[in-house]
Ligand binder design. Structure first.
Ligand code: 9M6
Length: 240
């Protein structure tokens, strides 16, 4: 797959998105506002408009006990799980399997009144990253989703308005080994999750409506998805 047509784009977008996800909210520049908080979860956004459309970048950080970054990325990337946790999903198709860690998806999301229905076509790439800050620590894992084109599915042909997105899920596992040298259990691990997304809604939709949708849907999505991973993994061996 290294010679695949998308390979160089994937390499550059993954590097750019991971660097962005690693940037603490304090160094992200001005204008970021905390808009949702729930336990360990903090969600920030910055109001930005492109051609009069709200394309507010979002950055969420969350720490979830009992799971690893590999497990979080595995359930986020895998098409076989998506209908279980993505509540706004109406239809999902894998258009291309580029490699075991790179897929091309076409998704239609449920219509959100009064905006017209949306679809999105993106490549999704999962990758393990070396832990640069702690060489002995567990690796980082990431999934990057980036809008792309496919000759058989041109945008805005059917009823759906094509949206354009860039998403990065970056996960860092933390291990606190038990004092008495006992074997590691899920009580000794947690995962620091950073979720970044920028969504261009494609066609016109009132900024106030979009912002209300994002305010409602993003916290729900991250809570539901992480609860799903905890539930799927609780009786399984830890996947580092
Ligand atoms: O992280 S992912 O790659 C996970 C793979 O599915 C991803 C996340 C979010 C979206 C998304 C993009 C735009 C919209 C809106 C824009 C105007 C009308 C539909 C929605 C609808 C709002 C609901 C939504 C928002 C946030 C999270 C989940 N649902 C969702 C797509 C993919």
């Amino acid at each position: 797959a290294c010679q695949h047509r998308l390979w160089s784009e994937i390499e550059s977008v993954v590097k750019q998105q991971v660097a962005w996800a690693r940037t603490g909210i304090g160094e992200c520049g001005v204008g970021w506002q905390l808009f949702a908080e729930d336990g360990e979860m903090r969600m920030y956004r910055r109001e930005e408009e492109v051609d009069g459309m709200a394309v507010d970048p979002l950055k969420a950080v969350h720490t979830v006990p009992g799971i690893t970054g590999h497990e979080v990325c595995h359930y986020f990337f895998g098409p076989q799980y998506r209908y279980d946790w993505e509540t706004t999903l109406e239809q999902m198709t894998v258009l291309e399997t580029i490699s075991e860690d790179t897929l091309v998806f076409l998704q239609t999301h449920k219509r959100i009144w009064p905006a017209s229905q949306r679809d999105v076509l993106f490549w999704s790439h999962m990758r393990k990253l070396p832990n640069e800050s702690d060489r002995d620590g567990p690796d980082l894992w990431t999934v990057v989703n980036n809008s792309t084109h496919h000759p058989d599915y041109p945008p805005n042909v059917g009823k759906c308005v094509r949206i354009y997105l860039k998403v990065c899920l970056l996960c860092q596992t933390r291990v606190d080994p038990p004092k008495d040298g006992a074997p590691l259990t899920r009580d000794n691990i947690s995962c620091k999750i950073t979720y970044c997304s920028v969504v261009n809604p494609g066609g016109w939709a009132p900024a106030s409506v979009l912002r209300a949708v994002y305010k409602r849907e993003y916290p729900k999505f991250l809570k539901r998805f992480t609860a799903y991973v905890v539930n799927q993994t609780k009786n399984k061996p830890i996947m580092f």
